[in-house]
Design a protein around this ligand. Sequence first.
Ligand code: AMP
Ligand code: MG
Length: 485
Amino acid sequence: MANPFLFLEYEPAFETLGSDYYDQVSAAEFPFHILRFRNDEILTQLGVDPQSVTDDHFIEAFGKFESVRPALAMCYHGYQFGEYNPQLGDGRGFLYGQVRGTNGELYDFGTKGSGQTPYSRNADGRLTLKGGIREVIAAETLHRMGVKTSRTLSLIETGEKLYRSDEPSPTRSAVMVRFSRSHIRFGTFERLHYFGRADLVENLLNHVIKYYYPHFQNDRDCYALFYAELVQRVATLVAQWMAAGFCHGVLNTDNMSITGESFDYGPYAFIPSYNPRFTAAYFDHSGLYCYANQPWVCKGNLERLQQPLSMVIDPKDLETGLDLFDSQFQETYRQLMVNKLGFEQLPRPESEEFLKLTVNLLKNNDLGYHNFFSLLTQGFCQQWQEDSTLICQAEGLPEFEGWRKSYLESWQQLYHHYLQTLSPTEMQEMKARLQQHNPSFVPLRAEIEAIWEPIIVEDNWEPFYTLLQQVKQGTKQEAETKRTT
Ligand code: AMP
Ligand code: MG
């Protein structure tokens, strides 16, 4: 049976930009290939029947990298922890190909761990199996939580021994294929500015607008409109992370997509409890990229992007665009928190107090962030409308004392106040909305670590597949994760 991956209609969109933007590379050869994860939901998104795709098809295309288009290592620089680094680029990945989804949008298949490239510096060009597993879990969880994110199409174990300072070594290797709108980063533009190439900035900008902001293509102000929309997309994304309790961990400009989509999950974490200073990356000593800093860090990255863009866009237009960030972030975050509490909308400005109180309640207690919303969702019932003291009480909330108790009581009274404004139908909708916005399971770091243990000790993948199932629980789709045995 012909491999459907080799018969997709690949569009050489990025390739057409020319060799100023990439290097042609080839994939490494690996000792063996074992498919550990395949994402059939993405096949459906591409109009491919998952039944027609065998595990061997995955291995041929995304483990052995048989392909119909050249493999392109994309060039980029970036600000890393505030320092400009001109030594970046795809050092362990490449663009395998670009295809349209059934929605008409163009997507990348981008590899991670596929071998060395001219940008590998002294590193091995590889991905650890654990790193691959962690990225699969991040993307699937964020997707379930409604965050605009890249996904993982496949994860294939490749049989090498890798040495890493942050994992017990030797550790196992893998190659992953990421499915995302684009791997063009803020840093892709920054590199062109570094070389003083306004012409290449302009070409790339036209390319980005053509493929990812096509509604502005024929507009005289398309550059200004593009930047304003990017600002809004990024502000929306950060609001989604904050509501999802997600800390990306490494918000360097080479990890910021020009489409405003979330991607590249290294030392990320879902926050265990509401701690604004929670920092995900062990090497982030100053806590620069901590949970609460994410909005202003992303805004700062958008501001940095003005440097290359101002080679072709009027700086005044860029300033006007950036001004949209704060209100877009605040509005989206507010709305998402209102939804997480189960409401469709709450009256303003009076409900601001209630929202602040919710965050303060979470901040000043050992209540887990996700745990709290999960308790709210599971416990929610009609009786809460009658008696405020019942709210969140049946489902194992710890006993509060002193000022914490009075905090909880004030919060319960306000929640109760808003419940009383609802009709019976609206009360029913609350339950559904709570379920939609609060997944029953969000994997914290310890839970992700726990699945790794059985894999290394006895090659037992059950906990990994179970965790993915748990992540998906509450969604309408059937779980479509694939195990290979
Ligand atoms: P990341 O931490 O994955 O965002 O990568 C930052 C930069 O380091 C990118 O240019 C990567 O391509 C490069 N890089 C990270 N790990 C490796 C590796 N094992 N081999 C080669 N390049 C790498
Ligand atoms: Mg990266």
